[in-house]
Design a binder for this molecule. Structure first.
Ligand code: URA
Length: 438
């Protein structure tokens, strides 16, 4: 195949053949297709899109560009969850142990935070000693022992995605639904799962800002999964305000432990029950959503999810601090609300994520180091009343040894993220839509 012919064809609105797509992915993986041609084809795809067959072939070629994990020797239907990313989204930390405690194995390969969004791996790495780099054999052994394992992407899984994603990042071709969908699903299908639940985020803190775009991404992801013979479900969920009250890394592990101790914030618990119920149904451990929700709720209340989490942490080399002091930055800066007070109408999740990034909780570039101890605490969430001059939020960071420059900017950014009004806002649902295929 000539890459230039494929570029011309896609540029002019044609459909690429399976051979053209497979040759392209092979050439990207082995380096025989130069970056400038790969970038040109990515831009042509960004502008012209891909039809269903092209998308399925591209995903399959990317998935087979490296190792495909075989989990068939482990008993049970293996179910994972993937979130398209948000602010304060620590759900995986307690959802995976809760689902495992209900008898469904969860092999979870997660990502790192970038920009305003946080990443499960960064949160896990705030636990002293915790390794997200287990290798596939140890990954399987941990799942066999405690029903779950939480690791990072390995170099051998879907290497084509790694190269294509890096190119997309610097060529303005990230925000393409077919390219995002092929990227996510190639990695997820390479994990050896039988079923997958997708949490497609929608709103100010999400990749997809509108329900229409979120629905399009969700149905594209689900279609790829079904074509690959997997059971797939997708929930479209609100990411206009952060999830829970804490944004950071160590603090989010702490908040997830609160959920597993039966004391979670209502939005965290609600999303955990909805996603968990779907995972249990796909995994054959619940007949319907009500039964699934009840089982997950019980695992959060009776300590069985927390016991699985602790076991997993130990098997992956981590030591949970017995007291939280010293684990994350103590003390705090205050963000005082306006004198007129009122009701919180909105909290811009992206702005809060960017404030946390400034404190050191996230990274601007992939290679940046992060401060696991930095955090933002949302004292007030949407719908809550703020008395005159009451604090809206608190924040802290190990970087506050350079206080003046960081604290003033962050305080201002958090204050601007809040919208207050005289009346309580209308209640918005957390779960906007469900697309379920079993
Ligand atoms: N996450 C991914 O894994 N890939 C994308 O393209 C976008 C988000």
């Amino acid at each position: 195949m000539s890459v230039v012919d494929a570029i011309r064809k896609k540029r002019d609105g044609g459909a690429l053949s399976a051979a053209e797509l497979r040759d392209f992915v092979r050439g990207v993986t082995d380096g025989s297709v130069p970056d400038y041609q790969a970038a040109a084809l990515l831009m042509a795809i960004f502008i012209r899109g891909l039809d269903v067959d092209e998308l399925a072939t591209l995903t399959d070629a990317m998935l087979h560009s490296g190792e495909v994990v075989d989990l068939s020797a482990l008993p049970g239907i293996k179910v994972d969850k993937h979130s398209t990313g948000g602010v304060g989204d620590k759900i995986s930390l307690h959802l995976a142990p809760a689902v495992a405690a209900c008898g469904v194995p969860v092999p979870m390969i997660s990502g790192r935070g970038l920009g305003h969004t946080g990443g499960t791996l960064d949160k896990l790495e705030s636990i002293p000693g915790f390794s997200v780099d287990l290798g596939i054999e140890r990954f399987k052994a941990v799942i066999a022992e405690c029903g779950l394992a939480l690791i990072g992407q390995t170099a051998t899984l879907a290497p084509a995605d790694k190269k294509l994603y890096a190119l997309r990042d610097v060529t303005g071709t990230v925000e393409s639904i077919p390219l995002i969908a092929a990227s996510i699903m190639s990695k997820k299908l390479a994990e050896g799962i039988d079923a997958l639940v997708l949490d497609v985020k929608c709103g100010a803190g999400a990749f997809m800002k509108t329900p229409e775009r979120a629905r399009e991404l969700a149905s594209t992801l689900v279609a790829i999964g079904r074509k690959a013979g997997k059971r797939v479900g997708a929930l479209i969920t609100d990411m206009s305000q952060p999830l829970g009250r804490w944004v950071g890394n160590a603090v989010e592990v702490q908040e997830a432990i609160e959920v597993m101790s039966g004391r979670g914030e209502p939005d965290l618990v609600e999303l955990t029950l909805a996603l968990g119920a779907e995972m249990l149904q796909l995994g054959g451990a619940a007949k319907n959503a009500a039964e699934g929700r009840a089982k997950i709720a019980t695992s959060l209340q009776n300590g069985s999810a927390l016991a699985r989490f602790k076991q997993c942490v130990e098997l992956q080399g981590g030591r949970l601090p017995s007291e939280t002091r010293g684990w994350f930055a103590p003390g705090s800066e205050r963000v005082q609300g306006p004198q007129h007070g009122g009701f919180v109408q909105a909290i811009n999740a992206e702005a809060i994520g960017l404030a946390a990034l400034k404190l050191g909780a996230g990274r601007v570039r992939k290679e940046d180091d992060i401060d696991h101890g930095a955090w933002v605490f949302l004292r007030k969430k949407v719908g809550e009343r703020v008395e005159s001059g009451e604090d809206l939020a608190w924040f802290s960071t190990p970087r506050l040894d350079r206080p003046a420059e960081i604290a003033a900017d962050v305080r201002d950014a958090i204050l601007r993220a809040y919208t207050l009004g005289a009346e309580p806002p209308e209640r918005q649902p957390l779960i906007l839509a469900e697309l379920l295929f079993r």
